[in-house]
Design a protein around this ligand. Structure first.
Ligand SMILES: Cc1cc2nc3c(=O)[nH]c(=O)nc-3n(C[C@H](O)[C@H](O)[C@H](O)COP(=O)(O)O)c2cc1C
Length: 187
């Protein structure tokens, strides 16, 4: 599949077939993810691959955390939907910033490393597309990052989750603003 076709075909997928993703496929997707460019070639991305019980535990940790938030009438956004997606997917990859908890970490470095991690996540999504897999990029983990990190005993900063599996839905393209609305051409 060429890149343009992968970009055009990709959708956020939230329903998955009950089918295992081969370990070598996951490993290859991670390898392709790390081919992303990164500011100063710092490669700030760190990954945790969750499958089976560990992945189900993630859904539980999130569910428990947002149940508590709800008791305090706090906003939990689309977290229930994201927990459902995590339960559905056979694989969830958590992505961390390996540097952002370091002392003296500067704002511009945060911006740079965050962009680098975004590039790696997008590579992961497009690589998955090429392997016939569906993905959903999930930031609802931000409702309970401390709970997730302490459960995994990780000191680095959680940036995103990506749910991965063979798709069990084929959604129509979601709307986009016109390029003309979001672009200024100057010469
Ligand atoms: C940074 C980022 C965070 C996202 N977080 C979530 C999320 O927490 N839960 C979810 O279901 N989808 C999430 N999405 C998916 C978006 O909802 C989706 O990309 C958008 O609606 C456009 O749909 P499409 O991906 O099918 O083109 C996220 C996407 C991005 C890029």
């Amino acid at each position: 599949m060429d890149v343009v076709a992968a970009i055009e075909a990709r959708r956020s997928i939230r329903a998955f077939q009950n089918k295992i993703v081969p370990q070598e496929t996951i490993a290859r997707m991670l390898e392709l993810s790390t081919k992303a460019p990164s500011g100063k070639n710092r490669q700030p991305w760190r990954f945790a691959v969750l499958q089976g019980n560990k992945k189900d535990e993630l859904a539980k940790v999130m569910h428990n955390a947002i149940t508590l938030l709800k008791q305090y009438n706090k906003d939990t956004g689309s977290c229930d939907l994201s927990i459902h997606t995590i339960r559905e997917a056979p694989v969830v990859i958590l992505i961390f910033n390996g540097f952002s908890k370091e002392k003296g970490y500067r704002h511009y470095t945060l911006l740079m490393d965050t962009q680098s991690i975004g590039a790696a996540v997008q590579n992961l999504l497009l690589a998955a597309q090429d392997f016939g897999l569906g993905t959903c990029w999930i930031c609802d983990v931000f409702y309970c990052p401390e709970e997730i990190c302490s459960w995994l005993n990780r000191q680095d900063e959680l940036m995103a989750a990506v749910a991965i599996g063979y798709p069990n839905e084929s959604p129509a393209p979601r709307s986009r603003r016109l390029v003309s609305e979001v672009t200024t051409w100057l010469d």
